[in-house]
Design a protein around this ligand. Structure first.
Ligand code: GTP
Ligand code: GTP
Ligand code: MG
Ligand code: MG
Ligand code: ZN
Ligand code: ZN
Lengths: 202, 202
């Protein structure tokens, strides 16, 4: 538990660092393949004229991300095996962000469990799951959804082929964490992206 | 690293325990919602007349699993927050298995990362991912696929709606771990279940 405490202090330090540099930092976390990268790309398409954007992407091994094609500064962190980013680990990368950066997306390692305990110092923690993950995905991970400022249920375009009611997932989230905004999206069709941008105040 | 070593020793003890009790133990691991429970259920439907089956299911919080409906002895472990099962943790549950048990499926916590490092003492480690997780899912998790005896790519029934070629995923797996059997399945339609049963020698 000292690790948790130590991380909280370093996360606060990061928070101050972002503030002093005028960088708005938004963390995306969620299970593997839920669509974190795709959603960040969709958001960037819509707001890149408003901000100087950078992306820090954490993975165990290389992520051939397509965010670079959007002309946005990207830093890829390969942890080698560490199952979550933490405040200390990202600090040197954060310090390397281009000086004009004023909006930074940090995509955590694909993992719906471990990252919840290690905040990074961002103003938002956006938890992303896919409708493809089944009807109990939120109910089975209360500790993760409790730390979310925004919860996103992605891949709505596949709804008709799945036995999974998005409304029930929204209810599950609201009962675990009434304060989190819940957004239904499809990174494929663009559905819900405007709403996601709105709840993130971008 | 002492934790890893200690777990390996306890995993070997579990292996001997299973052997002495005449129980074949098969571990299912893989990311959240990939279909581990559904695949175990499909296998059980086909082989339950051949074996006395028990299921141990690990989750962070309750899994309303439908395996009990199959009339199979099930033990649900809720870890509360631990992101992977380990050999020590499952031992008391394994000792509680009904005496006539000769086949035990152990479903690890939904997590494609942490469980790889903590074998439980089973004869098979079946790693399950969904076609819905995107084309890089295997390439991004080499350490996990390296410990697989069988790799399963599930949810093939959704192939036409996804930009993801199962053949490429099979190649990714074979290049990381040539010794693992790779099976394409749909727990929904039943596709590949016979083949999965065959590679598991059931
Ligand atoms: N379309 C489709 N859906 C599937 C398939 N297999 C499982 N599902 C669905 O995917 C969701 C998750 O399935 P589960 O079997 O609970 O997955 P799991 O890996 O056990 O999930 P966790 O234990 O929570 O990690 C459920 O809604 C299933 O109905 C499949 O082959 N095709
Ligand atoms: N059908 C559908 N597919 C999607 C959607 N969003 C993402 N995908 C697909 O899902 C796969 C994974 O998407 P990513 O954006 O890489 O997901 P991720 O959460 O960043 O994955 P990791 O970083 O590996 O944890 C890709 O093949 C995407 O094309 C969606 O809304 N609908
Ligand atoms: Mg990603
Ligand atoms: Mg399950
Ligand atoms: Zn972890
Ligand atoms: Zn872990």
């Amino acid at each position: 538990k000292d690790l948790i405490q130590a991380n909280e202090e370093l996360a606060d330090e990061n928070k101050n660092y972002f503030k002093n540099r005028g960088i708005r930092a938004i963390e995306f976390l969620g299970n593997i393949g839920s669509g974190k990268t795709s959603l960040i790309a969709k958001i960037i398409e819509k707001v890149k004229d408003k901000y100087n954007i950078a992306v820090i992407n954490g993975d165990i091994a290389g992520d051939p991300t397509d965010i670079e094609r959007l002309g946005v500064s990207t830093i890829q962190i390969n942890t080698g095996g560490e199952c979550h980013l933490d405040a200390k680990y990202i600090r040197p990368f954060v310090e390397k962000l281009p000086s004009e950066t004023n909006l930074c997306f940090i995509e955590n390692v694909g993992n719906l469990i471990c990252p919840f305990e290690f905040p990074l110092g961002c103003e938002h923690r956006v938890v992303v799951v896919g409708l493809t993950d089944g009807p109990f995905i939120i109910r089975k991970h209360p500790v993760t959804f409790r730390i979310a400022t925004v919860a996103v249920i992605n891949k709505l375009d596949l709804q008709e082929f799945l036995d999974n009611d998005p409304k029930k997932l929204v209810e599950d989230c609201k009962s675990i964490n009434p304060k989190a905004a819940v957004v239904l999206t499809s990174a494929k069709t663009g559905k819900g992206i405007e709403e996601l941008i709105k709840v993130l105040n971008l």
